[in-house]
Design a protein around this ligand. Structure first.
Ligand SMILES: [Zn+2]
Length: 255
């Protein structure tokens, strides 16, 4: 019986995938993460922030609350009102109109050092977003809140699988090809340049080896993870993969 249970666990563990870091799992006392939306008209202007429309605010709230809930991902988000006090919420959500990129990081100027900011690019056409723009913003939101929940980039950990993925059309920054993007990424590796004679994987390997440090994985490569830049549906899919959900459930059920 013991053997059968172990086998069942291993089998189910292999059917999904995800990458996370232990230290990024929110503590047991904090499984409902509060979010406010920065409105630069009111308090502490932050560089590049734009005044969010009510459309954007409800878009963000709906996208994140539909993706993350107690019943699916265990960890969940609440709030999405305009920030009245920047340090009162766990996460400050900022919209900017510089690009369609997003990022999630610590905002060290705030008194509460553990607070996170999520910045979401909405392009430069806040008044005339297309359906595609909207889907892209939703996907970016779900991706960045994945980082907030503790998920890491799938393609960075499983780089060899990502490069072999026939669907891997990395939506790279400023229109680079996959090879150019990986090359640019590899420049950050200490030994990049020394390994010029090696293939692409050889050159990026030091960078990804560094990325893998302290990361934990569930299962194997997930081509459909919202955290995977190789997911060519990423810009329009706007949902967590089954693997993303299972990874979050594993993280928050077991810690
Ligand atoms: Zn990311």
């Amino acid at each position: 019986m013991r053997f059968l249970l172990l086998f069942a666990f291993l089998f189910s563990a292999n059917s999904f995938a995800g990458v996370y870091e232990q230290k990024d799992i929110w503590p047991l006392s904090k499984r409902i993460i509060s979010v406010c939306i920065h409105n630069p008209r009111e308090v502490n202007p932050i560089n590049d922030a734009v005044v969010p429309t009510s459309f954007l605010i409800s878009l963000a709230k709906d996208a994140v609350l539909n993706a993350y809930s107690h019943n699916t991902t265990i960890v969940e988000f609440t709030g999405f009102d305009e920030c009245s006090n920047l340090s009162a919420s766990d996460v400050v959500l900022i919209f900017n109109n510089k690009s369609f990129n997003g990022h999630a990081n610590q905002y060290s100027d705030l008194t509460k050092k553990s607070q996170l900011t999520v910045t979401i690019g909405i392009g430069n056409k806040i008044e005339s977003l297309t359906v595609e723009d909207t889907q892209r913003i939703e996907s970016t939101l779900i991706h960045e809140f994945g980082h907030v929940a503790g998920l890491e980039h799938e393609h960075q950990y499983f780089i060899k699988d990502a490069l072999k993925d026939p669907n891997c059309h990395l939506p790279t920054v400023s229109g680079q090809t996959v090879a150019q993007w990986l090359d640019a990424t590899a420049r950050f590796a200490r030994s990049a340049g020394k390994n010029g004679a090696l293939g692409l994987i050889g050159r990026v390997a030091p960078y990804y080896a560094a990325f893998k440090k302290d990361k934990k994985t569930i299962g194997s490569y997930d081509a459909y993870s919202i955290m995977n830049y190789c997911n060519n549906l990423n810009n329009s899919r706007a949902k967590l993969s089954n693997g993303d959900v299972e990874t979050l459930r594993f993280m928050y059920r077991n810690h």
